[in-house]
Every structure is written in structure tokens, then in C-alpha cells.
Design a protein around this ligand. Structure first.
Ligand code: F0G
Length: 543
């Protein structure tokens, strides 16, 4: 008898160890539905959605009412997480004291646990402001505070001499910086400071620009060349970074890596790239920060794709990643597994601390003015407890296997239908390559990504254009496409919210559009073409 059981144990185990394939499920999800919410609308309400799309939303997905979306709402993976019962239970025990609530101390402990012992140690009774954890209500509020303080600190260092960029810079890099600086300057002085990143997210970019600095994207060559077999397309181009630091290091207050690289397709950054950026920045005495929104997903890719990490645990990989940076900001609405929250964190004794000794003191004052006391920031006490449990859950290997596996299966389903996507698939989203979708015709007909997202809404699913409309600009009477060109429609998968059936039905709707793509017209912009952050506000009609 026991032989039979052992025989099948062996067979079951072998089956689990087989490499997962899109249409094959050998293991169940590591969680089950503890509560579900029924939709108030039906997938058959196609005419109603057409009416809302045209008459209320002006073809803009941001303006389309969510309660009329019966399918997948893939507008963002941010703040759209289904929280666990453990999180809800923790939130019921929220301590709503006005200062120094219980959740704050639990969060500091969890931060040490998640990111490593050199984080989350500040505060306490030492004289002066030695707080190292600054809580905000979401990522962009943290970014705004961070760049407001940085520009204040830089101004304190004295007026800068507005000289031309060094001729020693790599020529193509110099040209890119110059044209960006010109577009920011308008009639005024050219901006002096440059903030490089593998790719800034649009809010980070907006905040950098708003403070008169140049946000500079240095995506790696493999990404620009669309190398589909390269696992770490989120990497930074080190040659360009070195050229910048060697020739214009004095203009670079800090260097960023966005992990994973959302703008570049949700692509991960390798540990090797992180360490090489650290080496370069250390050599030039320039601080190094993460935009750490999707840190756990990035760690999963290091474990599964980078040589030497397969037997290292995800929590240990996260510690190793964060050992390299002076600080980071994060939106907990992604890998914090919560619906609201963000933070800026610093490590003590780093080059950043030495360069800007008053930074934390001033940041504390600013935080109190715009969000709240450092011990709660812009959040309720209960929100802090939700984050604590979220951070504990997000580095579980079984959670990440299921999460990234699902996004990957969704991508594979689209590929199976012939739909061109950015490959390899990243951690949180699938990016449909609009230029390839229309066989290059989208270069002539502007904003085909907007057409795609509009028609998908009629099918009952919400995608997001992140391409020539979102990242392009209308200036001097003409349209300026993003450089380097990006033209994607993104399907960002909310965490723990959908099953494969939902995502596969969205893929099938996209295939219907793909099969008749020659019939899809472009759009005219009826409102907002010249506005900043225009994709949130504009209205369109089909041509
Ligand atoms: N950084 C990255 C890399 C992001 O992806 C986001 C938000 C932010 C910063 C800002 O955080 O939303 O909390 O203010 N990304 C969302 C998205 C909105 O849909 O990709 P936030």
C-alpha cells in the first residue's frame, strides 16, 4: 500500500517540477478566494459601453466609469490589489492615535525585515532629526517632496554657471540631453542639473522637470535593440552613465534605477547592473537611489534568470539589492500590496547624507506641512498595518511564482494569437507593440494606441495607451514623438484580482481587433493635445 502512495508522490512531484507552460497548470494558486464581488454590469452591454465611451469619456480610458467595465480593468496595477484576509484583519486593529501610533513602529520593524537591517533604524531618542522613514500617501507625493527638497538643497549650494555641455560627452548622449534641456527651458535659462535613470516613470519625470532639472533616460542597448532573448532589459546603459559622470558629474545630484523598469516594459534590472551602477556612482561620489515600486518582482527575476541566484531566497536577494543604494522612494500601491501609501527611505552615513546634511530635517518640516507627522505621513494608522502585512507577503516565493506566472501566461496567450508584444514579458504588465500591431502604419497615422484602448473598452476591458500620445508632446505647432520612440498599449495586471479566464478573455478580444486591424482608424484629438500630462485629460473622436 505504502509503495503505491510513494509511487504517486514521486509522480506528483515530477509533475510539479515540470516547467510551467501557458496552457498547463500543475500547481494551484497559493491562495483561494475568500470574498468576491459581483459586477453591476454585463459583458453583453456593448451598446451601452459604446455610448459611454463616445458621449462621456471622449474615447479616453481614464474618463470611462469603472463600474461599467465587466471584464479586466488593466488600466493600472497600482492600488488595485485585492488585499488578503490577513491584511484586512490587521487593518481592523489599526491604531488611530495622532502621533507615534502602533502601526508606525510595526512598519519600521517590517522595513528592517524586508529591506535589510540598515533600513528603518531612524527616529527614536537621538538628538536632532534622524528619522529615515518618511511616509506619504502615494509614490508621487513622495517624489514631489523629494525633488522639492533636493532643488532647495542644490540652490543652497550657490548659483550655478550656465555653461554649455561638455564636448567630451558621447555625441548622441549630448544631443539627447541638449534637446531635452531646450524643451524644458523654453525662453528661460537652460536647466543645469541632470537626473539619469534607466527610465523614469512619468510622475518622476514630471517632478524632476517641475524643479527645473533634466530627467534623462539611459535604457540599455539590448532594450533599444528590442532583444527578445535578453532577460534584463530594465538595465541601465553603463557606457552612457560613465560618459555622463566622467564629463558632467558635477551636474548629477543623484542616479536612479527604477526596479522594475515600468516605462521600458516592466522589465527587470539585474543584480550585476545594480552593482555596476553602484561602483560607478561611488567612484564619482554621486548618490544612488531606487524607485523601488516593484522591488519584489524584480528580485523574482534575479532569482529565476540571473546566474548564481537560483538558490538564494527572495528575501536575501532583496537585502542584497538594497545594500547598494543610499535611499529609495516607493509607492506601496504596487509591491506593498495595498491600495494606498508611499514612502522615502534613507540609509545613514551614505554619500547622500554627507552631501545634504540638512535634507532630512527639511523633509520632516515639509512632510508635516503637506502630509502629516513623520509617524503617520499621509496615512491612517490602519493603512500602515495593511502595508506591514503586504510587505511580509510580497516576498513569498509562491506568491511571486503565481503572480509573474500569470502575467507571463497572459503574454503567451497574446503571442499565440499573433499579437506583437514587448518580450520577454515583464513582471506586472504586458505591453502591446502598437507600431508592430499595425505593421508600421501607426507611424503615419497618429495615436493608434488610443484607437485600440477605445475599442477594447467596447469589448469590456480597459487597457492604457503608453506611447506616442502619453509620452509625446505637442510643441511649436507640431507633434514631437518620444525619443527613443515608445509606442505601447499596456495591460497592467492588478495583483490577486483576476483569474486566467478573465485575462484570456481580454486576449481574445484583442485578437478580434488584430484580425481586422486594417479597419481600425486613427483618432482626432478634440481637446488637450497641447496640455502637460495630456493623456489623463484629453478627448478624442475616431477619424
Ligand atoms: N514610480 C513608478 C515606477 C511607478 O510605476 C509609479 C506609478 C510611481 C512611481 C508613482 O506612484 O501612483 O503611488 O503615485 N505607477 C502607476 C502605473 C500609476 O500605472 O504604472 P503612485
Amino acid at each position: 500500500m505504502s509503495d503505491v502512495m510513494d509511487f504517486f508522490i514521486e509522480k506528483f512531484r515530477k509533475n510539479l517540477e515540470l516547467k510551467p507552460e501557458p496552457s498547463r497548470y500543475s500547481s494551484p494558486r497559493p491562495y483561494r478566494n475568500a470574498m468576491v464581488s459581483f459586477r453591476g454590469c454585463s459583458i453583453y452591454d456593448l451598446e451601452e459601453r459604446k455610448d459611454i465611451l463616445v458621449n462621456e469619456a471622449g474615447l479616453n480610458p481614464f474618463l470611462f466609469r469603472a463600474d461599467k467595465i465587466p471584464g479586466c480593468d488593466l488600466l493600472s496595477d497600482s492600488g488595485t490589489t485585492t488585499m488578503t484576509t490577513e491584511q484586512w484583519a490587521a487593518m481592523l486593529l489599526g491604531d488611530e492615535a495622532y502621533g507615534s501610533n502602533e502601526g508606525y513602529f510595526m512598519l519600521k520593524e517590517q522595513i528592517k525585515d524586508t529591506f535589510g537591517n540598515s533600513w528603518g533604524n531612524g527616529g527614536g531618542s537621538a538628538p536632532g532629526v534622524n528619522e529615515d522613514t518618511f511616509i506619504f500617501h502615494q509614490g508621487r507625493a513622495a517624489e514631489n517632496a523629494f525633488f522639492s527638497m533636493l532643488s532647495r538643497e542644490l540652490r543652497k549650494k550657490g548659483a550655478v554657471e550656465h555653461r554649455p555641455l561638455s564636448t567630451e560627452l558621447m555625441p548622441e548622449l549630448k544631443e539627447r540631453i541638449q534637446s531635452r534641456a531646450d524643451s524644458i527651458a523654453g525662453e528661460g535659462d537652460a536647466p543645469y542639473y541632470i537626473i539619469p535613470s534607466n527610465s523614469h516613470f512619468d510622475t518622476t519625470e514630471g517632478n524632476v522637470e517641475d524643479k527645473g532639472m533634466v530627467p534623462l533616460n539611459l535604457p540599455c542597448r539590448e532594450h533599444l535593440e528590442n532583444k527578445e532573448d535578453f532577460d534584463f532589459r530594465g538595465n541601465m546603459d553603463l557606457e552612457e552613465l560613465e560618459s555622463l559622470l566622467v564629463n558632467e558629474g558635477g551636474r548629477v545630484p543623484l542616479v536612479y534605477l527604477t526596479i522594475t523598469n515600468n516605462t521600458g516594459g516592466g522589465q527587470p534590472v539585474s543584480m550585476r547592473n545594480i552593482k555596476l551602477v553602484r561602483e560607478l556612482t561611488a567612484k564619482h561620489g554621486v548618490p544612488f537611489f531606487f524607485d523601488a515600486c516593484r522591488f519584489a518582482e524584480n528580485a523574482w527575476f534575479i532569482k529565476n534568470k540571473e546566474e548564481g541566484y537560483s538558490s538564494v531566497s527572495i528575501p536575501d536577494i532583496v537585502h542584497e539589492m538594497f545594500d547598494n543604494v543610499d535611499g529609495f522612494h516607493i509607492s506601496f500601491k504596487k509591491d506593498g500590496l495595498v491600495n494606498i501609501g508611499g514612502a522615502i527611505l534613507f540609509r545613514s552615513g551614505t554619500p547622500f547624507d554627507k552631501l545634504y546634511p540638512d535634507f532630512r530635517e527639511e523633509l520632516t518640516d515639509y512632510q508635516i506641512m503637506v502630509e502629516g507627522h513623520p509617524t503617520y505621513g499621509g496615512l491612517a494608522g490602519r493603512d500602515l498595518k495593511g502595508i506591514v502585512v503586504g510587505l511580509r507577503t510580497v516576498t513569498r516565493r509562491d506568491y511571486l511564482d503565481a503572480r509573474i506566472g500569470q502575467v507571463n501566461r497572459f503574454g503567451a496567450k497574446l503571442v499565440e494569437s499573433g499579437i506583437p508584444i514587448v518580450r520577454p514579458v515583464g513582471g506586472h504588465a504586458v505591453y502591446i507593440d502598437v507600431d508592430k500591431f499595425f505593421d508600421g502604419a501607426s507611424h503615419d497615422v497618429e495615436f493608434m494606441g488610443i484607437s485600440l484602448t477605445a475599442l477594447m473598452l467596447i469589448a469590456g476591458h480597459r487597457f492604457c495607451e503608453l506611447g506616442t500620445y502619453a509620452f509625446g508632446k505637442f510643441a511649436g505647432g507640431q507633434e514631437i514623438p518620444p525619443d527613443p520612440r515608445v509606442n505601447n498599449v499596456r495591460a497592467a495586471v492588478p495583483r490577486l484580482a483576476y483569474e486566467d479566464q478573465d485575462l484570456f478573455s481580454a486576449a481574445e478580444a484583442m485578437k478580434i481587433l488584430y484580425d481586422d486591424r486594417d479597419r481600425i482608424p486613427g483618432v482626432d484629438v478634440k481637446y488637450g493635445r497641447e496640455l502637460k500630462l495630456r493623456h489623463f485629460k484629453s478627448r478624442f473622436t475616431f477619424k
